[in-house]
Design a protein around this ligand. Sequence first.
Ligand SMILES: NC(=O)c1ccc[n+]([C@@H]2O[C@H](COP(=O)([O-])OP(=O)(O)OC[C@H]3O[C@@H](n4cnc5c(N)ncnc54)[C@H](OP(=O)(O)O)[C@@H]3O)[C@@H](O)[C@H]2O)c1
Length: 244
Amino acid sequence: MKILVIGATSAIAKATARIYAERKHEIFLIARNEERLNQLAEDLRVRGALAVDQLTLDLSKTNEHQAALDKAGSVLGEIDIALICHGSLPDQEACETNFKLAQKEIHTNGLSVISLLTVLAQQFTTQAHGTIAVITSVAGDRGRQANFVYGAAKSLVSTYLQGLRGKLRPHNVRVLDIRPGLVDSPMTAHLKKGPLWSSPERIAEKIVSSIEKRKHTVYAPGYWRLIMLGVTSIPEVIFKRLKL
Ligand SMILES: NC(=O)c1ccc[n+]([C@@H]2O[C@H](COP(=O)([O-])OP(=O)(O)OC[C@H]3O[C@@H](n4cnc5c(N)ncnc54)[C@H](OP(=O)(O)O)[C@@H]3O)[C@@H](O)[C@H]2O)c1
């Protein structure tokens, strides 16, 4: 298979790409840090990837998305799976008093993803097959006091994916929304860990199996579906008082 991994140096992306490399697939990586991209490409070759190509790009530069994805398409030919992984965890309090910062975070976690989806949707419609998979977050399911800038951006993407899924269905293109809970990765290195936390490898296995099973919306690990069912069931009159 031919697989495009965007935001490829993310811990979850790396773990997912390793599974595909061990299955001897062809992989195209896009990320902004050239040195770490080189290391990852070499790692994937050693693990057995049929071929690994790469492109260095700051994904906030939406005007460069078309050229980047054209390049990926010309190297891979048709793309079986495109996985969008990049993201950032904002300083919520700082964003509340600084719109420029909030805008930057919403751009990274929301609008840059929608820009990529706009190009990918056209490519996948033309080739008439494949899966577009995007990592969003359980944070998009409900706006919490502690994390609502990030949550709003992820929710934007999840809602967009819902509509896009229907649009692309007649073209034989599947759209997968992956909503991880708490994952021990560089993004969360500063946070105290507990029993609900998962490894990037566990999320990667879920991503790969969900693509195979043609799922549309998955929580990773699956128990987050129940947790979020509970969280979204709390009446707003109570929820607004919770300092979560
Ligand atoms: N960790 C969690 O608890 C958790 C929970 C739910 C959802 N998620 C989501 O899972 C995805 C992967 O995150 P992770 O946990 O694997 O964390 P991570 O290892 O910190 O990965 C985040 C990645 O996003 C990249 N990135 C950020 N801004 C970028 C930009 N403008 N251009 C290019 N790359 C950019 C970072 O690049 P650099 O390496 O160059 O900094 C990094 O590789 C994200 O979408 C995140 O929101 C994570």
